[in-house]
Design a protein around this ligand. Structure first.
Ligand SMILES: Cc1cc2nc3c(=O)[nH]c(=O)nc-3n(C[C@H](O)[C@H](O)[C@H](O)COP(=O)(O)OP(=O)(O)OC[C@H]3O[C@@H](n4cnc5c(N)ncnc54)[C@H](O)[C@@H]3O)c2cc1C
Length: 387
């Protein structure tokens, strides 16, 4: 089968790319190979749903500046036959809490964010306490509050992209890429588990935590590995004021959800690998003490479900790796290493991938510093004071 673009993986990144490609070049043949249409192990439906502009690199802020309004307009953009998906965007704001030694970094980040149009307030302990009286602030240096950020339903976002991409002509094959054949700097063929062979003009590799194995098939070493992350749901006594999506730099991330809250204390040093085993003691042992420290009223709460998902952890610098390897594999565009930010950036990443495929360069937002070349060059491009 000859195709204009083969997309490996139909999660939120692959489906956003399929949406952009079929919108920008109607009639082009776009095939998405996705082994699991229920997305039981994919990261996308397991995301917490946070969308924010609080980053320290201009590219990440600009991607959010594009993606958040895009998500606000999502039901119109993704409507099929008059039926619109509901992603439940809640503008509850975001709060990044820094210890005293991180205040200068937080203030520098806020200056950059403001220069790019982000509404952000830097609050010291007393000011933070006045705005959110439930928070314990004695140990903090400062916090950045961005009231226009928020969260949305990640599975609804994934399904919205997928459904509309299909309506625009993208073909989803329930299959798995098991081999890639490259020669002369081009991927020539992809073999699927079913035995079918696809000959693509371009390949977008958006296989999440499985990306490193696929990139290795074309000789592209990728510093990306699965990182297990627990998540929990809990309910607590009434009387707590509406809280923003909270990120404590010790790794605690939490926000209100349904009748209660969801979140976790993320262990960024956990050994690499897929591990679907839920540690049912994790909440009581690790997450709850961190929650109760920051919000003392949550010393009493009702524990709900726990589950695990996996970040595609970029061990070089924690930022995404996007695009081809110039001079080596020209038509193979990797989209990997989102390390917990892929949902919020999917609209901008999908657009960027479509530009690379259709025009061979970025047409809107220049993301070249997020390119693959920094991997062989060993030039990390990390965030500062951001997780
Ligand atoms: C617990 C948790 C919380 C998160 N919270 C947030 C958040 O608040 N905000 C945010 O922006 N991001 C968050 N993220 C990160 C976000 O979920 C990811 O960055 C994003 O979903 C990545 O999308 P993806 O399409 O690259 O990967 P995935 O959704 O994992 O999709 C990859 C797909 O590739 C398929 N695949 C694998 N191998 C092959 C193959 N050989 N052939 C074909 N297909 C294949 C898989 O079946 C899978 O469906 C969170 C992640 C987790 C785990």
């Amino acid at each position: 089968m000859r195709v204009d673009c083969l997309i490996i993986g139909g999660g939120v990144i692959g489906s956003a790319a399929a949406w952009w490609l079929t919108r920008q070049q109607p009639g082009g043949r776009v095939v998405v190979v996705e082994p699991d249409p229920l997305y039981r192990q994919a990261a996308s439906p397991k995301a917490s749903g946070g969308v924010r502009r609080l980053f320290s690199r201009a590219e990440n802020i600009e991607m959010s500046n594009f993606s958040i309004p895009f998500y606000r307009d999502f039901n119109r953009l993704m409507a099929v036959d008059g039926e619109a998906p509901e992603i439940g965007f809640k503008q509850q704001g975001y709060l990044f809490i820094m210890p005293p030694e991180g205040v200068a970094i937080l203030e520098g980040n806020a200056r950059l964010q403001r220069s790019l149009g982000v509404q952000v307030d830097v609050l010291d302990g007393p000011a933070l306490r006045r705005r959110f009286p439930s928070l314990h602030v004695a140990d903090i240096g400062a916090a950045a509050h961005s009231p226009e950020d928020g969260c949305l339903d990640p599975n609804a976002a994934l399904q919205g992209f997928r459904r509309k991409a299909r309506a625009q002509g993208a073909e989803y094959l329930q299959d798995r890429v098991v081999a890639l054949e490259a020669s002369g700097g081009q991927v020539r063929a992809a073999t699927l588990a079913s035995g079918q062979v696809i000959q693509p003009q371009h390949v977008i590799c958006a296989a999440g935590t499985w990306n490193a194995g696929l990139a290795a098939m074309v000789g592209m070493p990728l510093p990306v590995e699965p990182m297990q992350r627990h998540d929990h749901y809990w309910e607590c006594p009434a009387g707590i004021e509406p809280l923003p999506f909270i990120k404590d730099l010790n790794g605690l991330g939490m926000h209100s959800w349904d009748q209660g809250f969801t979140g976790s204390l993320v262990d960024f040093n956990i050994a690499a690998g897929h591990n679907w085993q839920v540690d049912h003691g994790y909440f009581q042992r690790v997450t709850w003490p961190a929650i109760a420290h920051r919000i003392p009223r949550m010393a009493e709460l009702k524990e709900g479900q726990s589950w695990v998902g996996h970040y595609d952890r970029n061990t070089l610098d924690g930022n995404m790796i996007l695009g081809n390897w110039p001079g080596r594999v020209e038509n193979f565009h990797i989209a990997a290493g989102f390390t917990g930010h892929g949902l919020m950036h999917a609209p901008a990443v999908g657009r960027a991938l479509a530009e690379l495929v259709l025009h061979g360069r970025y047409e809107t937002l220049d993301l070249s510093r997020m390119g693959y070349a920094r991997v062989p060059d060993n030039k990390p491009y990390p965030e500062l004071g951001i997780r």
